[in-house]
Design a protein around this ligand. Structure first.
Ligand SMILES: Cc1cc2nc3c(=O)[nH]c(=O)nc-3n(C[C@H](O)[C@H](O)[C@H](O)COP(=O)(O)O)c2cc1C
Length: 190
């Protein structure tokens, strides 16, 4: 099983990235393979909404940046793991830009009478979400989960699980949270 893990925090050793790595390392220990992406270290712009990716069934995103490596990895993976700190009750901008660019993985509508368009992402893939936040109520993490879960159905991905980490503020707060570390180890089904 191939995992693509996207760490959406600018803190490379912070809460969401560390829990993501624990989850993936445990899955790798159970036989999975993994590829990591850190948007903070990449050149990834926001979606231009130019619809260049919709011109023909084979069109790709017109922007020439590192997102093309993510596109290729997502097409080849079995599961996607997104990890994000909660920023202003939403995803961090680092991971939101990646999710917005998934727009290029949605095929253009087929001409009238020609049925469903050929999907750009093979069906049957799943995704997991990890969020971390300072506040104690998990409501905001679940709110983000509901938008991501609905959004990724556009590219045929179904939600397989989530870890909503609350009461985490400083970058090392995850270290004293055995509950979250254990939940991370169990998160990904291999
Ligand atoms: C720009 C910014 C916005 C934030 N907004 C929220 C928020 O809306 N709700 C919340 O509970 N925590 C908020 N936080 C706190 C982070 O979500 C929290 O520290 C999180 O655990 C950081 O994860 P990380 O270590 O993976 O970066 C915010 C932090 C920053 C820097």
């Amino acid at each position: 099983m191939k995992i693509v893990a996207i760490g959406g925090s600018p803190r490379m050793k912070g809460n969401s990235t560390s829990l993501m790595r624990i989850a993936v390392d445990a899955a790798v220990g159970r036989g999975a393979t993994a590829e990591f992406f850190y948007p903070r270290k990449m050149k990834i712009a926001g979606c231009l909404a130019c619809d260049g990716c919709k011109r023909t069934p084979d069109s790709v995103c017109v922007q020439k940046d590192d997102m093309h490596a993510v596109f290729a990895a997502v097409k080849a993976c079995d599961v996607l793991l997104l990890a994000s700190p909660v920023y202003f009750y939403g995803l961090s901008s680092w991971v939101k830009e990646v999710v917005d660019r998934f727009y290029a993985l949605i095929p253009p509508a087929a001409p009238d009478g020609q049925g469903e368009p050929e999907p750009r992402v093979a069906p049957g893939k799943g995704f997991y979400l990890i969020t971390t936040q300072q506040e104690a109520s998990p409501f905001y993490g679940y709110q983000i989960l509901s938008t991501v879960a609905y959004g990724l159905t556009w590219i045929g991905m179904e939600c397989r699980g989530e870890l909503i980490g609350t009461s985490l503020d400083g970058p090392k707060d995850w270290e004293r949270r055995d509950d979250l570390q254990q939940a991370a180890r169990r998160l990904i089904a291999v």
